[in-house]
Design a protein around this ligand. Sequence first.
Ligand SMILES: [Zn+2]
Length: 355
Amino acid sequence: MVQAEQEAVILQKAGLITIGKRPIPEIEDPNDVKVQIKATGICGSDVHYYKTGAIGDFVVKEPMVLGHESSGVVVEVGSKVQNVKVGDRVAIEPGIPSRYSEETMSGHYNLCPHMRFCATPPYDGTLLKYFLVPKDFVYKLEDHVSFEEGAIVEPLSVAVHANKLAKTTFGNVAVVFGAGPVGLLTGATASAFGALEIVFIDIFEHKLERAKQFKATHALRWKPHEKEADIVKEISKALGGRKPDVVFECSGAESCIRAAVKVCNRGGSIVQVGMGKDDVLFPITELGVKELTFHGSFRYYKGDYKDAVSLITTGKIDVRPLITRRFPFAEAVEAYKYNVDHAAEITKTIIEGPE
Ligand SMILES: [Zn+2]
């Protein structure tokens, strides 16, 4: 029997994306759900693989289907699936850990060394029509939540995870370095968790402009050649002397990492969300004497996806202003080119479909 095929957006190698073919998957595991993909966000990581063919140790050696920020509609369920049914609209959590690793057993499945994460080599992503997911990695969307919003659940889960690590709570002052999609969502989530002041810092004015739609109480531009000490002073001035309890470094820039340590209040928390250079010059003495907590942060784990869906469902966070462009599935290659060419401008591009 010849297996039926479907179109897929495939990264062949660095610099080359094509629309090619992949088999349509059949449900074999009774706990699996087959989802017809309806919307997929383009992520910075996809664009990075497209440009360079690698992120750290993850190297694209074989052609790989792109996409990991997806939502869709359930079209078939295995015999042991009860939490969703055919016709349900769902967000897809795109990383499936081993069910048996120590990390998974202790609740930190994001750290599972056997993680199969969509569009992270060698695993295929979600930019095709039909995709299989284990039943506990799909999250039902209410009728008033769109497929596009369902796609944004993925980066929002990163923001939720970062805020849980920071233990953001009512009355906090939060600072966010980097007003890209994850930075904006992290600030908005800090607000939803109870932070009363949210300071965004970026080098681009238009990004800071958008931050106002993501609960910014202050949006400060880090001007070219401006020193770390100056931006730290500006933040303190904007806050009227109050010091941030939680600082989110979402840019990956070395100078922002250092400024995060300098601006954070004694006893406060810094969460490193952005990725940049492998090694940086770091003010470790200041970290010590201020007794700061500096957290690494990687994707999301138990409860984060569910909480991200709730933040959207309840209207606590409106993610829609993040979406700046839409392309139909047939124009997915153009969508990626657009993201490369407009890297400084764009926030979130959505690929719709395929039909
Ligand atoms: Zn992503």
